[in-house]
Design a protein around this ligand. Structure first.
Ligand code: ATP
Length: 310
């Protein structure tokens, strides 16, 4: 006998931000996206997404980084909920409350995290039984980073980033993120990357075997040596002041520093938790960075008790 799906009045999940340990960008494709070979790692900066059944569709955005995030139909979390309802052929309005901690327009996929959270929470609220592949296909239709954020962890991303394969990693990686006041538009950074490359032929991107080996051994120094981001030059060209912050982070003892995704957030990998505390203090006390966050990875997506959601 199959049991009836359990219905919930409210569901809450927390979804991590991501950093790209490696981001190799290939040539632009006919659909306008670039082919990518990337290694994602989810890190412990979380947005929380709470969905509850309501008479009308609606969204509210609160939290430390909520300023400037649209609380209307353009919000990726609400678009994701609509996309799932359409795919499942149902019309059950929800009210979504997004509590934002992930930097906005910072290259850490905050909007994508909220979309992934809304998909997972609505899937549960509505008692659906889509397979992980079906959910990933809806996620991919909404944005390239969203399939990865359905689970988090560490994964290889191919295609335009939406084809995700989890990778074996050992250990915990300690990060310090230096935030910028001004965001960068992801399409604008890709356009700048193309402009800087000019007419030179661009090879198909490949992930580095050294990075995958370093992750499987849990060797933070070797991971640091193998990290890289093909969008870094473009992000630095659009925000030249970032170069000084990168230099400062390295001089204060980071194993490596890179632009996170399309930037402008800078990601510093540290030897251990204590070095991360030291680096965060040095970056702020010296005035090199106005705002920093410490985090560790790999982080996972997880449910939160609704009672403790706020
Ligand atoms: P990525 O790393 O995926 O390129 P990002 O981290 O640079 O993205 P986001 O924080 O996802 O950038 O925001 C990009 C833009 O998307 C914002 O400027 C905002 O206007 C819009 N947006 C729509 N929905 C959301 C959301 N739920 N959270 C944040 N931004 C959103």
């Amino acid at each position: 006998m199959t049991s009836a799906p359990q219905l919930h009045t409210g569901v809450c999940v927390r979804v991590p931000a991501k950093v790209n340990l490696e981001l190799r960008v290939g040539p632009p494709r006919p659909d306008g996206f670039h082919s990518l070979a990337t290694v994602y790692q989810a890190v412990s900066l979380f947005d929380t997404i709470e969905v509850s059944a309501d008479r009308d569709w609606g969204i509210e955005v609160v939290g430390r980084t909520a300023a400037g995030v649209p609380a209307d139909e353009s919000n990726l979390a609400l678009r994701a909920a609509h996309a799932l309802a359409d795919a499942a052929g149902i019309d059950r309005p929800v009210r979504i409350r997004v509590t934002k901690e992930i930097p906005v327009a910072g290259g850490m996929a905050g909007g994508s995290a909220d979309a992934a959270g809304a998909l997972l929470a609505c899937h549960r609220l509505w008692g659906l039984d889509l397979s992980p592949a079906e959910l990933a296909a809806i996620a991919a239709g909404l944005g390239s980073d969203i399939p990865f954020l359905l689970a988090g962890g560490t994964a290889l991303g191919g295609g335009r980033g939406e084809r995700v394969v989890p990778t074996a990693t050992r250990g915990t990686y300690h990060w310090v993120f230096a935030l910028s006041d001004e965001g960068l538009s992801t399409p604008a950074v890709y356009a700048e990357c193309d402009r800087l490359r000019g007419a030179a032929p661009v090879p198909q991107p490949e992930p580095s075997a050294d990075l995958l080996a370093a992750l499987s051994f849990g060797n933070a120094e070797a991971v640091a040596d193998a990290m890289g981001n093909d969008l870094q030059e473009a992000a630095l060209s659009m925000q030249p002041a970032l170069a000084g912050v990168l230099e400062a982070g390295l001089s204060f003892g980071a194993l490596a520093g890179i632009v996170s995704g399309s930037g402008p957030t800078l990601a510093f990998l540290c030897r251990d938790a204590e070095s991360a505390i030291d680096l965060a203090v040095s970056l702020t006390a010296s005035g090199a960075a106005a705002d920093v966050r410490k985090a560790h990875g790999p982080a996972a997506v997880g449910p939160v008790e609704v009672a403790t959601c706020r």
